[in-house]
Design a protein around this ligand. Structure first.
Ligand code: Z5A
Length: 213
């Protein structure tokens, strides 16, 4: 079987990281070789870009177009250095955020030109799309209440106004409507166990096709 790229998406606190790690464990128990990674920050260079992107900078804000270019730079490095080699060796890659995050945050959130975003996504990925994107949909307020409970503080993008995050969620809804062949939607407000059960059911169905491909 060829390697597969499975992406987890959603607004902050939707449970992506939790579900990605549980899915990794489940797939490994089934005998698959799995890599867990994220954007931004899936490479050494990406970690430096992640710090630049997420740390607070009240006095010198990052211009929206610069922000877009930094996410694209992170992705370009990540695709070449991590995603393509691991897919070539037949691994399952579970990735916390990918191109849909850029459409949702920089496109819907920041209102940057969508054509520019699509072009940069194409350049950065060389056309590599996910085999499956799992969108964990929660109301913005639910995600933030979970983050608040964690007490870890909010990064630069999390500190954006609630309207920004609502536009991001709307962006995911429109992506889901446009790409039903690639994106599945799961109600992220369910319990962790219920969400994981749905993910395992979806992947069990997918695996039947993938093992023959
Ligand atoms: N960004 C962008 O703008 N453009 C881009 O192209 C890309 C990214 C790639 C990266 O942050 C930031 O970069 C992000 C988008 C932007 N901006 N923000 N803000 P990130 O992805 O590293 O972090 P995050 O989006 O803020 O996610 P997170 O805080 O790590 O949340 P999460 O991964 O979705 O959730 P979690 O860590 O699994 O869970 C959060 C808490 O909720 C934790 O206490 C869990 O135990 C709890 N939890 C999880 N699931 C449940 C359920 N089902 N019930 C109850 N509690 C739960």
């Amino acid at each position: 079987m060829k390697g597969k790229l499975i992406v987890f998406e959603g607004v902050e606190g939707c449970g992506k990281t939790t579900q990605m790690l549980q899915t990794s464990e489940w797939l490994q128990n089934l005998g698959f070789s799995v890599i867990v990674t994220r954007e931004p920050g899936g490479t050494e260079l990406g970690l430096q870009l992640r710090r630049l992107l997420l740390e607070k900078s009240d006095d010198k804000p990052i211009v929206s177009k610069t922000e877009l270019l930094l996410y694209s730079a992170d992705r370009s490095q990540h695709v070449e250095q991590e995603l393509l080699p691991n897919l070539a060796s037949g691994k399952f890659i579970l990735c916390d955020r990918y191109t849909d995050s850029t459409v949702a945050y920089q496109g819907y959130g920041r209102a940057l030109d969508m054509n520019l975003i699509h072009q940069l996504n194409e350049i950065a990925t060389g056309g590599l799309n996910s085999d499956l994107t799992i969108w964990l949909d929660v109301e913005v307020e639910v995600g933030f209440s979970r983050k608040k409970r964690d007490g870890l503080g909010l990064d630069r993008i999390e500190q954006e106004k609630i309207e920004f995050h609502r536009r991001v969620r709307q962006g995911y809804a429109e992506l889901y409507a446009s790409h039903p062949e690639r994106i599945v939607k799961i109600d992220g407000s369910l319990s962790k166990e219920a969400v994981q059960a749905e993910i395992q059911q979806i992947l069990t169905d997918k695996l039947k096709n993938w093992v023959n491909s």
